[in-house]
Every structure is written in C-alpha cells, then in structure tokens.
Write a protein that binds this ligand. Sequence first.
Ligand SMILES: Cc1cc2nc3c(=O)[nH]c(=O)nc-3n(C[C@H](O)[C@H](O)[C@H](O)COP(=O)(O)O)c2cc1C
Ligand code: SF4
Length: 544
Amino acid sequence: MLYRAHVLVEVSSNSVPLGALQIKELFSAEIKRRGLSQEVQVLETGSLGSEIPSPFVVIYPDNVIYAPVHPQDVPRIVEEHLLKGRVVEELRFKTPSSGGVGELVSTFPLQKERRVVLRNSGFIDPNNIEDYIARDGYQALAKVLSSMKPLDVIEEVKASGLLGRGGAGFPTGLKWEFTYKAPGEEKFVVCNADEGEPGTFKDRLILEGDPHSIIEAMTIAGYAVGASKGYIYVRAEYPQSIAHLEKAINQAREYGLLGKDILGSGFSFDIKIRKGAGAYVCGEETALLNSIEGGRGEPRIKPPYPPQKGLWGKPTVINNVETLANIPPIILNGAKWFKNIGTPTCPGTKVFTLTGNIVNAGLIEVPMGITLRELIFEIGGGIPGGRGLKLVQTGGPSGGTMTPELLDVPMAFDTLPKYNSALGSGALTVIDDSHCIVDVVKSFAEFFLHESCGKCTPCRIGNKRIVEILENIERGKGTRESLVLLKALGENMKATAFCGLGQAAPNPLLRCLQVFEEEFAAHVEGKTCPVGVCKLEKKMVYAK
Ligand SMILES: Cc1cc2nc3c(=O)[nH]c(=O)nc-3n(C[C@H](O)[C@H](O)[C@H](O)COP(=O)(O)O)c2cc1C
Ligand code: SF4
C-alpha cells in the first residue's frame, strides 16, 4: 500500500521507559479514529543519537521532528499536521545549538556529521527488513556471494584501512586474513556487543536502529574467513537491541539471507545471540569467548589470539558492532571511497558519545581526525555555565586523558598515543573545572576495583590499594610518599596485570598525577583541595 505520510516513533532503550510505546499506540489509535489509516502509516525507528529529547517522532515526507512528544500532544499533531497539513510549530523540535528548526536534515549542527555506520538509524524501521533492503541492504552480501572470492573480500577490507572500533584499533582486514589462513574445518564469527565502557552507547544505537547491517556484515565476514556460524554477544541490559536483533535474524532467515544456501550461492551461515550478564571484563575478547562457552568470564592467556584459537579452540574473528557496521558500505562503495573519509592512516568515521559537563550530550558520527575543540565547542555546544575545561576522558576510564592544551589534536587511533592518550571506544566524558582531580581519579579507580575479575594479583589488589590511598589523601592523611606509591603501583599494574582491564586501569591516574601535579601536591602537603569539593576540603570547612 502506498501511504502519503509516515510517522516514525523512536522506540529505543532511551524512549521506552519514557512512554514511547504508548505514544506509538496513541498515534495508531488517533489516526484510525480520524479515518487516516489508509493514508498514514505508523512505524518504529531507532534513536538518532543526537541531542533530540526522547521520545521523538519524525513525520515523513515533511521531515519534521516533534520532540519530546507527550501523550496529550498526539491528537494535536494528528489533527493539525496529518489531517490539515499544518506543522505544529509549538511542538516542533528546535536545536539548542543551531537554533534551527526540527527538520531531520538540519537537526545536527552538522555539516560536520558524516553518517556511515549510523546511515539507517532513525531513518528506517529496524523491524522491517524491506526498509533495510530499500536502502541498499543486503546488496553488499549479494555482491560478495555473486562476484567475489573470500580473498577478494579480505583484500577490499584490508585496502580500506578499516581499524577495529572496539578500542584497540587493530586492522580488521588483517584479522580476517589471519582467521582465513588459520588451519581448521570449523571457524566462527563473533560480534562483540558487550559495550561495557561507561559513557558509551553507540553499539546499542546501531543494534536498535539497524540490526540488519550487523547480520549482513557478519555473514560477509563468515564468507570471507570460511565460517558458517556466528554469535552476537550482547549485554542483557540491552533488551531493545536483543528484541530487534531476534526479529531481524528471523526475517533474514525467511528471506533466504541467513541460514542454508544463502541466495542460492551454496554458502551457509547462521547467527545465534548470547546474552552477557553485564560484567565489563566480558567485553575483553577472550573473556567473552569463555562466557559464550558457558564458563566464567575470565580472560585467557594471549597468544594464541582468537584468529588462531578462539571459540572452542577454533579460529574466530571477533569484531565490534561499529566495526561491522562499516563493512557493507565498504564492500558496496569500495575501499577507495572509504579511504577518502577521515585521515590517511585512520580512515572512516567515528561515533563519539559526548557525556559529562557538556551542553548537548549525545552521539555523533563524524570523520576521523576531527578535533576535540570541534566536538566539544561546536557540536557539543560547549560547557554549561561557561565553566573552564579541566579534562576530557576519551574511551571511558580505560582510555586516555586529554587536557585543554590538546584540544586541537586530530582524534584518531594513531594520533592520540603520541600524547599518552587513546581514542578507545569513542566515549568522551567532559569534566569541567569544578571537579577535584583526586575525586575524579578515585571514581575511575573505584570502577576498576568493582570490575576486576580477581584472577590476577596486580589488578585485584592494586586497584584496592589505589582506592585506599586516594581515600587517605581525601581524608588529609596523604603525604608525598602516597604520590610516589600511587605512581609505582600504577606502573607495576600496567606492566604485570594479566589482561587489558588491569593494564589500562591506572592510565587516568598516571596521567593525572603528571598533569595535575600541583593539585595533588596541594592535597598532600597543604592538606587542602584547591577546587574545594573533595572530602578533605569539606572536613576543613567544618573544622573552622
Ligand atoms: C576490559 C576490556 C573490555 C572490552 N570491552 C569491549 C567491548 O565492550 N566491546 C568491544 O567491541 N570491544 C571491547 N574490548 C576490546 C575487545 O577485546 C576486542 O579488541 C574487540 O572486540 C575487537 O573488535 P575490533 O577489532 O572490531 O575492535 C574490551 C577490551 C578490554 C581489555
Ligand atoms: S587484569 Fe584484572 S580483569 Fe584482567 S585478569 Fe587480572 S584481575 Fe582479571
């Protein structure tokens, strides 16, 4: 049936608790009551990942966004907009950053935005495979199966220069090649959708808004490396992602795009979902494998790496959700197209999650190489209350720490390490100058203490001692020795912890000890907090 208008209701983890499903039902009922059911269709869509408050509704073909939509707004929007053709200006979403009107194309402050992995999120109904197909979905798979050999696919991915978006930035094509070359009859493809990094929700958004892109990418990966089974390891706290994935997998099977003899090519591949219980360490690839196998989520010794010895000891490709979402466009448009986005050594886009002390919190996909200044002050609208920037934690607690003098460094996997920092998962937590540095590093250390799996001593005990020393400093019991001890502990953990969690845990501490030396010194020598917020200062205030 041909409809004259479509109402896309955002149904995501953000919006469901705020009544999105009720809004959807109200629209359907009101449209029916007005006799418009033959003309207007109500659909679900994923989040746009921007500053748009949930739940929002997009009306096509007018491209108008209403946000946030409350139940009492629905009859007005239906009567005014859908019946009489008049946009309800009052309810229309206006961007705080640009002051622009709520049209999809002008919503982002964002000539800077470039959507590759979020190409479909917020634009299609994730529960409808035909929506995906209408936007070139499964074309890349068809191309691969009909005209490319596995090694051609690997070469294309290698030539694209795609670096894994899970945090480490390892070349994806190379990882696929290792798995292809590894001896073994049975191989696996695993999608890492654990997304445990605090402050990151990009993978969730991709899965909720565009699950078929991950199914298509995993199937392509399976063909390339010689695997016939795939697993998506997704945390159980993402019920919307799981629901959308389950539907998408079933639809893909019905359409012959998953399962036996895909598109009559003779190639078979199928996908199962495994739910993680939400332990941060289970995002580490070998702990994840243990977890899928039904064991404790503890990391394994490396090497051997998963491409040689992965799931049940068989060669396995593990890729992050965002990495995989890049695959279909690379296959369809070619490696050269992809290399033209981003920087020469780190091509493509990156989805950044902006959180903390920032005016426009949310998600944004931009070319690699963008600077923090652009991200925070142009796209993010700056720091609330005009406060100064103290630091930006990139890639969550285990990533890197960037300070104001580094605002113009291009953001990419290979540039940040030059400044002792890291891009990681793309989480950006902005911290303004109202925060005490001891408090900040203590909160990171507490996170690691909580998440340590306890397998090795440096991480199990090291994180505990770091938290204790920082607490002592805040109680006024710190000395110069405490700072020396913190540094030694941190360096020791980096060198001796068993897995990436313990090795990365001291990163923010070590960097902040260096950069905010004076503030730490004030705490241990002057027994005062220069910012006036940590326990130490409070104690002194009360003592006066
Ligand atoms: C403690 C820890 C947690 C991790 N969590 C995640 C995660 O949630 N998602 C993810 O894709 N990678 C995570 N990683 C990285 C994975 O081990 C792995 O490198 C990644 O999934 C590989 O995919 P990519 O090559 O596509 O980036 C984590 C690593 C460590 C050490
Ligand atoms: S470093 Fe921490 S998380 Fe990793 S194995 Fe050791 S205790 Fe477990």
